[in-house]
Design a protein around this ligand. Sequence first.
Ligand SMILES: [Ca+2]
Ligand SMILES: [Ca+2]
Length: 94
Amino acid sequence: MGTWRSLPLRTQDAGDINQDSVIDIIDALLMVKYWGSDKQAADFNFDGTGDKKDFELLAANFLKIDPGVKEVPKKTRKHNGKTLDDVKEMLDIS
Ligand SMILES: [Ca+2]
Ligand SMILES: [Ca+2]
């Protein structure tokens, strides 16, 4: 086994599925895509499934930027007319 799995929760970047150093609506929509799957990028707490617990981490970090990043990435709050609230609705999370 590698050592990375023994690391604590990725609280810093939990939610950044597409790894562009910002947690925004694009990541939330990717969460929808990987919902219920074992896709590692969407499984922030490493329990093997991308689900509500992972989405809560994403939502808690929403619009946060990786502090170590050199160029500040563009935050997208709305994509194809969808906001974080729409995504919550899509996933049936209130
Ligand atoms: Ca991102
Ligand atoms: Ca998970």
